[in-house]
Design a protein around this ligand. Structure first.
Ligand code: PEP
Length: 253
């Protein structure tokens, strides 16, 4: 069946020494991951190789980049390609985080290109989707998320989709302390799965891991993860504190 995943998104936080300490503290907890469970650490670019070297002998632990560029290679000063990430042993790439959509004007069409490059490099995208507050208040969140899925993922084959993880992150819940209720999360995750089933078939939909992100913490993770269509979490703030991140991983069903 599909994987259960807890991924930590460090964003632009921590020095290399602090990041190393955080990973060592997580490993020190000696978690016994069950079959099909994965822990992913999404570090800033400069720490990816170090993170990989610390985690590579621990089964079930993987490394993610937080972004990559939408072109394969060339004169794009300051950018990082999917192939470069593959060449240093990165496993996953977060794409379409709401902060990138907002501050760097990443469109659904641009994200479709990034998804293609990440898959072509043999990496797995963690595709983020989710609605802003005004859309939730207008109760049009399903149409909003459906459009994100359609414009960034629907050009893929069923085979390609198997390597995509989806993260539902309602923007109003990211870093705000507001969490979607377990019922709101389940409703949207079930909706996303039904959309995937309509487009790619039931088997593909059952295979796709859909993570919840938005102020998840040790106190609410169990309730969120207990839902049938919530396959784990993408964790921001709480992933920076080893004890909290470990406690969230322990809530994986
Ligand atoms: C995120 O940025 O992906 C996120 C979920 O952040 P937080 O957990 O801090 O809300």
């Amino acid at each position: 069946m599909r994987k259960k995943i807890v991924a930590g998104n460090w964003k632009m936080n921590l020095t290399l020494a602090q990041g190393e300490q955080l990973i060592n503290d997580i490993l020190q907890a000696g978690l016994k991951l069950k079959e099909g469970q994965e822990v992913i650490v999404a570090t800033p670019f400069p720490y990816l190789q170090k993170a990989k070297s610390l985690l590579k002998s621990y089964p079930g632990y993987f490394v993610a980049a937080q972004n990559c560029y939408s072109e394969k290679s060339g004169a794009y000063t300051g950018e990082v390609s999917a192939e470069m990430l593959q060449s240093i042993g990165v496993d996953y790439v977060i794409l379409g985080h709401s902060e990138r959509r907002e501050y760097f004007q990443e469109s659904n069409a641009m994200l479709a290109k990034k998804i293609d490059l990440v898959l072509a490099a043999g990496l797995k995208p963690i595709f983020c989707c989710g609605e802003p507050l005004e859309i939730r208040q207008a109760e049009t969140q399903n149409a909003y998320v459906a459009k994100q899925l359609e414009e960034s993922l629907y050009h893929l084959t069923e085979e390609q989709l198997k390597n995509v993880v989806i993260a539902y992150e309602p923007i109003w819940a990211i870093g705000t302390g507001l969490t979607a209720s377990a019922a709101q999360a389940q409703d949207m995750h079930a909706f996303i799965r039904s959309q995937i089933a309509n487009k790619f078939g039931r088997e593909a939909a059952l295979h796709t891991s859909i993570l919840y992100g938005g102020s998840a913490k040790p106190g609410n993770a169990a309730e969120l993860f207990a839902n049938a269509d919530v396959d784990g979490g993408l964790i921001g703030g709480a992933s920076l504190v080893a004890a909290d991140f470990v406690a969230i991983i322990e809530k994986l069903a």
